[in-house]
Design a protein around this ligand. Structure first.
Ligand SMILES: NC(=O)c1ccc[n+]([C@@H]2O[C@H](COP(=O)([O-])OP(=O)(O)OC[C@H]3O[C@@H](n4cnc5c(N)ncnc54)[C@H](OP(=O)(O)O)[C@@H]3O)[C@@H](O)[C@H]2O)c1
Length: 206
């Protein structure tokens, strides 16, 4: 398979991740699929690589361990990004660090290692419906801060690294997910996966 058709998807064993794997493999892409504890089904077009992205050291271990498999990916989808719930009054500095690590630092580490390898054409970072909104948060403050930071990172990298395209996709609540915004849309993860594929899947571009 030509290197041009390889995509790395983090959190590929999760709700949106599974739809992304299905969509890209369904279109003939070779998917390097990251998981933590639930390895997906092997497929001729998907290879599963495990890793813990919850600390900087473990994220670097993940990159070093699998670099040979990820370095030729032309598309990176930083999909891993857990929502962390805690009442704002109880949020500690550790919670903020953890939110940043899991939603922003892990994506930054993987992105910068792939930019250094010189092959990545497109990077997709995943936000959430409220990313970038300046307003008070009751239960998801570390997540919201980190996703807004990820949005700024995406914009700034897009300006700095002009040879790579950067996208920031902010889905509403996903059907089948744990969290549902009190008001607002709920979408099927397949729709978001199709939208992302539509942005980066044109092999003439890559
Ligand atoms: N769900 C929503 O309603 C919603 C709405 C808007 C935006 N988003 C965003 O969309 C993206 C995907 O969300 P999702 O709901 O599809 O995720 P999800 O189903 O919760 O998936 C979680 C993923 O993270 C992996 N994981 C868990 N602990 C890990 C660790 N310590 N290190 C590395 N990986 C770990 C899981 O691996 P294993 O399963 O293998 O353990 C799984 O692949 C996220 O960026 C999220 O913020 C979600």
């Amino acid at each position: 398979m030509a290197a041009a058709n390889r995509v790395l998807i983090t959190g590929a064993s999760g709700l949106l991740g599974k739809s992304l794997v299905k969509t890209f493999t369904g279109n003939g892409w070779q998917v390097v699929a990251h998981y933590f504890s639930k390895k997906g089904r092997d497929h001729r077009l998907s290879e599963w690589i495990s890793g813990d992205l919850s600390t900087l050291e473990k994220t670097r271990d993940f990159i070093n361990t699998h670099f040979d498999r990820i370095k030729d990916c032309r598309v990176l989808i930083n999909n891993y990004g857990p929502m962390i719930y805690k009442d704002t009054g109880a949020v500690s500095s550790e919670d903020l660090i953890s939110g940043f690590q899991q939603n922003l630092i892990s994506a930054n580490e993987i992105t910068s290692s792939m930019i250094r390898s010189g092959r990545v054409h497109s990077v997709v970072n995943i936000g959430f419906e409220g990313a970038g909104e300046v307003k008070p948060y009751r239960t998801i403050l570390p997540y919201a801060i980190a996703k807004s930071g990820l949005q700024l990172l995406t914009l700034s990298y897009g300006r700095e690294f002009t040879g790579t395209r950067f996208y920031f996709v902010s889905p509403p609540s996903l059907e089948g997910g744990d969290y549902r915004k009190p008001s607002g849309d709920v979408v099927n993860p397949r729709e978001i996966a199709a939208k992302i594929y539509g942005m980066v899947g044109n092999t003439e571009d890559v």
